[in-house]
Design a protein around this ligand. Structure first.
Ligand SMILES: [Zn+2]
Length: 112
C-alpha cells in the first residue's frame, strides 16, 4: 500500500510547516486527490490515522477533495470527462491527454 509512504512524506512536510509556524497542534489537513492519481482515498485516510499517531497531528482531520478526470482530445480539441476506463472523446478519437485527475496535492493546513 503506497498510501503509507505517500502519507509519511506528506506528514514530514506538514510537520515541518507546523514547526516553522511554531504550532503545537495540527487540526486539519486538506488535500486534493485525482481520480487517476493511483491513490485510494480510504487507504490514504487509514494511512493518515496510522502515521499521525504520536505526532501533533494525532487528532487532526484529513479532508480529501476528489478531483475528477478530465481529458483533452488532440483530434477535435475538446475537453471531456471520460465516463469509462477507455478514454474516448465524443468525436470517436482515442487520442487524448489527461489534463486533470492526477493530482496529489496538499491544499492547506489548519494549525494552532
Ligand atoms: Zn475529440
Amino acid at each position: 500500500m503506497h498510501e503509507i509512504s505517500l502519507m509519511e512524506e506528506t506528514l514530514t512536510i506538514i510537520l515541518e510547516t507546523a514547526q516553522k509556524e511554531n504550532a503545537v497542534k495540527i487540526h486539519r489537513l486538506n488535500m486534493r486527490i485525482g481520480a487517476v492519481s493511483g491513490v485510494v482515498p480510504e487507504a490514504l485516510q487509514f494511512a493518515f490515522d496510522v502515521t499521525t499517531q504520536g505526532t501533533i497531528a494525532a487528532d487532526a482531520q484529513l479532508n480529501i477533495e476528489l478531483v475528477p478526470t478530465l481529458c483533452h482530445c488532440t483530434e477535435c480539441n475538446r475537453k471531456f470527462a471520460p465516463i469509462d476506463i477507455i478514454y474516448q472523446c465524443e468525436c470517436g478519437s482515442l487520442n487524448n491527454k489527461i489534463i486533470q485527475g492526477k493530482e496529489i496535492e496538499i491544499v492547506s493546513l489548519e494549525i494552532s
